[in-house]
Design a protein around this ligand. Structure first.
Ligand SMILES: [Zn+2]
Length: 403
């Protein structure tokens, strides 16, 4: 079995990456963040923010992200099925913290640095895969990456309650199980936990995908479009895919998020429900599953929580795709739109949501520039204020989902 791992095939949020590296170690995250003071022409608050302690940004209690959701607290891991969960790889891993230690931040001070940090063209395709299996340790079970070189990866501890195994700790820290989810074909599962540390409450989501056969070739297309894996590295949904608009939203917000999906079809000249060779369905779910659920791919509107990494930037939206590294397919994706960040800038949701939907379909960030620094390929997947889906975006989608 060949072992490769594409870690972080995307732009990454520096604060979350830092938090993760300190705590655990792997993540797939796409961020749309816009600086206060560059292209948008907004005044910077740099150095003037006295409302927060020196070392930390206060971003809110991430537990609000579970408000109104219907979690499944019963573990799918039973004594009889333990063997089914051998040879999975950690494919998605995100921690939402209540605040951030600014001393760990890799500061961004220009548009160039911002694009550099959020570039999807990293080409990280040659790392070794973590292969997890259960092993007994006393009356506990450890779900652990086997082999050398995975000391930084989370070790999940389970104890048995009436034939089911519940997660009770991660890498030695006691945690609370918030949500379990398992796909129908059992190829993908996720576990969401919470805990409280010196910073406050945090949420940790871990998604695993089965790796039980030879890995398919890395899907390299002969083009310059930016995808989740990087330039030309096309990782699509298998399709059809159901996109869920989740939460107790106003009719207006529902319509906005619906448009952010169907605008792609309109731009492609396709009827709603089709985009190139991909078919999709849209549903509205008032009380959805928590965000790690592998069977529900949500656009979530988050209030009272922000993801900013430094005082003069704003993160408007984030998309977290989960890739099956054996077959190079997207198997889950979750979008967050951050209401408080958008309202600080009086930005409407739509543009951010259309951009995030681009990531949802499998597009990366389009930042390429010519030698004068001018945008080479105008795209809604760049940060240049392009406010509609362009010919470049359409061609990228069509190459990913040929008719
Ligand atoms: Zn983005």
């Amino acid at each position: 079995m060949s072992k490769r791992l594409m870690t972080a095939p995307s732009g990454t949020n520096p604060f979350i990456i830092q938090g993760l590296q300190a705590r655990w170690g792997l993540l797939i995250l796409l961020v749309l963040s816009l600086p206060f003071a560059t292209a948008c022409g907004r005044s910077s608050k740099k150095g003037k923010n006295t409302a927060v302690p020196d070392r930390y940004f206060v971003l809110g209690d991430p537990m609000v992200m579970l408000d109104g959701t219907l979690p499944d607290k019963e573990s799918f891991v039973t004594t009889a099925t333990l063997g089914d969960f051998s040879d999975y790889t950690l494919a998605g891993f995100t921690v939402f913290q209540p605040k951030v230690d600014v001393t760990t931040i890799d500061r961004v001070d220009s548009q160039e640095e911002l694009e550099d940090q959020n570039s999807t063209d990293d080409g990280q395709l040659d790392n070794e895969l973590s292969l997890y299996s259960f092993q007994r340790e006393g009356d506990k079970l450890l779900y652990k990456a086997q082999g050398e070189g995975f000391n930084d990866y989370p070790v999940l501890e389970f104890v048995e309650v009436n034939g089911r195994w519940d997660i009770t700790a991660v890498s030695g820290d006691p945690v609370v199980a918030e949500h379990y989810s398992l796909s129908a074909d059992k190829r993908v599962f996720s576990i969401l936990i919470s805990d409280t540390d010196e910073l406050g409450n945090y949420l940790g989501g871990m998604t695993f995908t089965r790796f039980d056969d030879d890995q398919k070739p890395v899907p390299q297309l002969d083009n310059s479009y930016q995808y989740l894996g990087g330039k030309g590295l096309a990782i699509p949904w298998e399709g059809p895919v159901k996109v869920s608009i989740c939460g107790d939203l106003s009719a207006e917000d529902q319509e906005t998020f619906n448009r952010s999906i169907t605008d792609w079809s309109v731009a492609m000249g396709d009827p709603t429900g089709t985009m190139g060779g991909l078919s999709y369905e849209v549903e509205f779910v008032k009380n959805g599953k928590p965000w790690t659920d592998v069977n529900q791919h949500c656009i979530n509107l988050v209030k009272s929580y922000r993801l900013e990494t430094q005082e003069d930037t704003a993160v408007f939206g984030v998309t977290m795709p989960v890739v099956d590294f054996q077959n190079f397919r997207i198997v889950d994706s979750q979008i967050f739109i951050f209401h408080d960040a958008l309202s600080r800038f009086r930005e409407a949701y739509l543009l951010t949501a259309v951009h995030e939907m681009g990531h949802f379909w499998g597009l990366g960030h389009e930042f390429s520039r010519d030698i004068r620094g001018e945008t080479l390929h105008p795209s809604i997947m760049g940060y240049e204020g392009i406010n509609s889906i362009t010919d470049w975006d359409k061609a990228a989608i069509l190459a990913l989902y040929p008719r």
